[in-house]
Design a protein around this ligand. Structure first.
Ligand SMILES: NC(=O)c1ccc[n+]([C@@H]2O[C@H](COP(=O)([O-])OP(=O)(O)OC[C@H]3O[C@@H](n4cnc5c(N)ncnc54)[C@H](O)[C@@H]3O)[C@@H](O)[C@H]2O)c1
Length: 258
């Protein structure tokens, strides 16, 4: 008996790296897995190896996300969604950054999370859990890939801002922010890290972190994962309030919203 027997789960970007490790872990816990990815060969292979099924899905297209989520819920509900697919921008010089490279990164890294969440809202019931893969580049500056860092900051802001609304549906949303993980996304930099003796996370350690998030019962949190550090919610500093006479540190009476 696994802890996730009878649960339906989807992992975007599940054909490789972190997503694959998470798909394997959730399947080992008994979840019925859907692997969503643009890489059909690797995605099918992952799905086959865990007894799940593969859906071709480009996460930058909301209609494809809707279709993948519909497939994952089947005749029931979706219980767990790991919105994980991501890319690096591949262009970092702002003087020559192309709109295409910018839109591609925004589409996959950010639209994929926001519209993925929207798709999940129509397919989850009370108790559903959404976990996004952000990055430490979403908490600190990453001058070597500016747009990637922008995307990941946005994912962190989305998770923190959307959590109260999702709570009204009984759905939790959290982010995982790993440091550098030994996956194909690092490209040739992986070897540079190894040569420098810099510790890289294994994708399975990020899967461990995801299980911890699922068990936490928390929402709106951003879990930092670093080698040797047990995944834990990042503690943000409070924002300074007004400092005018009579309104020291006053909290706004309303949160502007819909
Ligand atoms: N590896 C790291 O150091 C690291 C650190 C922090 C965060 N992350 C984040 O982790 C997530 C997973 O990355 P990874 O390290 O496993 O890399 P990876 O390259 O091994 O896996 C990424 C997967 O996303 C898929 N993908 C790419 N574009 C897609 C699209 N349009 N639609 C659907 N799937 C698509 C790829 O085919 C691949 O299977 C990403 O969001 C990445 O930004 C990675």
């Amino acid at each position: 008996m696994g802890s996730l027997d009878g649960k339906n789960a989807i992992v975007t970007g599940g054909a490789s790296g972190i997503g694959r490790a998470v798909a394997e872990r959730l399947a080992a816990e008994g979840a019925s897995m859907t692997v969503a990815d643009v890489d059909e060969e690797a995605g099918n292979e992952t799905a086959r190896s865990i007894g799940g099924h593969f859906v071709r899905c480009d996460v930058s297209d909301p209609a494809q996300l809707d279709a993948a989520v519909a497939e994952a819920r089947g005749a029931g509900y979706l219980d767990i969604a790991h919105l994980n697919a991501g890319i690096t921008t591949g262009e970092n010089d702002l003087t020559s950054l192309s709109r295409d490279a910018y839109r591609r990164a925004m589409g996959i890294n950010l639209d994929g999370v926001i519209f993925g969440t929207k798709s999940c809202l129509g397919a989850m019931r009370n108790g559903g859990s959404i976990i996004t893969t952000a990055s430490l580049a979403g908490l600190g500056a990453m001058p070597s890939d500016i747009i990637y860092s922008v995307n990941k900051h946005a994912v962190v802001g989305f998770v923190r801002s959307a959590a109260p609304q999702l709570a009204e549906h009984g759905i939790s949303i959290n982010a995982i922010c790993p440091g550098f993980v030994d996956t194909p996304i690092l490209g040739p930099f992986g070897e540079r890290f190894r040569q420098a003796g810099f510790p890289l996370l294994e994708a399975t350690e990020v899967a461990d972190a995801l299980m911890k998030v699922l068990d936490s019962g928390l929402s709106g949190e951003v879990f930092v994962v670093q080698p040797g550090l047990i995944a834990e919610p990042y503690r943000f500093r409070g924002l300074p309030g007004p400092r005018t006479e009579g309104a020291q540190g006053m909290v706004p009476p309303v949160q502007p919203g819909p």
